[in-house]
Structure formats: C-alpha cells, structure tokens
Design a protein around this ligand. Sequence first.
Ligand SMILES: [Zn+2]
Ligand SMILES: [Zn+2]
Length: 340
Amino acid sequence: MNWVPFELHTHTPHSDGRHSLLEMCREAKKLGLGGIALTDHNTVSGLAEAKAALEETGVAVIPGMEWTTFYGHMLTLGAPYCEWRDLGPRDIHKGIGRVHEAGGIVGIAHPYSLGSPICTGCHWEYEIKDWNDIDYIEVWHEMMPPYKNHNVPALQQWTALLNEGYRIAATAGRDWHHSDHVEGWSAFTYVGLADEKDRFSAESVVKAIQSGRCIVSMGPLLHVEASVGAASYGIGDDIDAADVGESREGKDGETSMSLRIHVEPSAEPGRFGDEVQVTKLIIESNVGELAVLPWTDQQSAAEHHLQTEGLRWLRVKAMGVLYGGFTTIAFTNPIYFVSR
Ligand SMILES: [Zn+2]
Ligand SMILES: [Zn+2]
C-alpha cells in the first residue's frame, strides 16, 4: 500500500481563500503533500486552474466543494457541482443522494465548530436520519488540531458511531485559506492507494477514503499490519471472525491475531525530531484500550498479540510530544471485524 499524504480541505479566491490554486500547490509541495482536494465554498470554478498547477508542481488536485449552508458545512469529493440551495435542515439526505449519484462522497466538515453569531452554519445542524449515508467526518480541523477544543467532541462522536457499527472514515482538514507564515503545523490525511500514481485519479482517492484507508497524523505515518494465520490485513480491511476462529483452532492455545506497528517519519522533510516525538502506541477498540506499547525511534516495529472476541473494530493511536505538549500525534482508521 502506498500512503500518500493529502490535504483534503482548501479554499482559493474562487471562494474566500487568499492564495491561488498554483500558490497553494507550491506550498503543498514544500509540505511533502502528494495531493490536495479543492473544496471552495459552493463552487468548483477554481478547477479550471488545476491542470496548470499540476504541471508546475506535480501536486494532484482532487475536485471537491464545501457546501456552505445555514445548517452546516459539508465537504464533497469526486463529484461535480451538485445543487444544494433548495435543501432545508431536514433534507440533507436528498442532497447527499445527489452527490453519491454523481460518483462522489460526502464528509461533515468541522462538526463542532461554533455556529452563529461567530460563524453562521459552521456548526452541524442538519438532521441525520441514517449515518450510513455519511462517508467521512473531518475529526481534525484547522492547524495543530490535537490542541483544538472543537475537535474533541468530533473524535468522540466518530468513535461512538464506530461502536454502533457504522463504517465512517475519519480525516483531517486544515481549512486552508492562505499560505502566509503561520505558527504550528497542519495535519496530514495519508490515503492508502494501490499505486502511487493513483493519487492523480479522483476515483481512486475517493474509493480509498470511502473504504477507510486513511491515517490522520501530525506527521508520522503509522503502518499497521494484522496477521491472522497466513493472511494479513491492513487499515480499512475486514477481518472475518470465522477466519480468526479457524486459525486459533489450528494452533491450539495460541492467541488469535498479531498486530505489527511501525512508525515512519513525516512526509514533510524536517517535521520530526524533538518537536514531534512518538513515545507510545495505543491499540483502541470498541471494548476500550487493548494495549499500550512504548515506542522509540530506534525501534523497527512494535508487535502485540491479541484475542479478537467481542471486537468490532480496532485502531492504533500514537501519542507523544508535539510542540511542547503531550497529546495525540496520529491515529489510524479502523480494521473491522465482521461475521459473514
Ligand atoms: Zn466550513
Ligand atoms: Zn472550509
């Protein structure tokens, strides 16, 4: 799997951004990003500049839009302009259907940002009657997201939805409006693609996010490989409970699954070292924390064996030092357990 770092939430002067698409792609290249999603407010007109930006910088531009409404902001990816102006607070599923029909996916942007009078419509207020319709949630928003208060309930809500059995991807979004020098860092959404060149294909990127092949990080990339018998699985994959059972029967008394985790330095050259330091890895699941494993950069991998009874999903979280504080540095999307 190729894990390509993306920035999935950006604006240009076609809405309220201050940098052109070309300027943003130049900055994206410096950050080590392989692609961005252009998500201007209620317009896709900025895409006209995508070809030139790609030719100069090599940074892929995925078409998107941020539906900016009185009842919430919704990101779309991989779809052309879809009409949203006729939707009321109880009609969001009608709008989501339009995006899905056009081949795109939808994500809730910054669900817990302050709304009116600070920012009209920034707080999510649409009625969601079926969470199966939501493809992803932007659980980390803005620069330095682990330190932003409004991201705390977003992460909690995503976790609660996973516990209820929904498959929804989690992403990060800088909500990038300008490229002036700013203190701190944005997060990456690493997207898992079969081929590195797939980053130029909106369809491939959309499919990867929809499948939950995403790692959200302040830099370091978390590689996670689960082994059950001879089979191996990665982030976004389903593990069939029956396979785990068979493998256990075959190896009398042995634990049923092993997880191998490796931390790779950041995509951005130089964004690693004293200011971003992973010190422990936590395996989280629907039944709580399964293990806490210490991590040092000298290590090649951390390995843990676990029982899978009762598991519906698990993910790995990296914690450590970030810009002088101790916080979450990265987390993966889940590996899922299913019974067929
Ligand atoms: Zn917004
Ligand atoms: Zn935005």
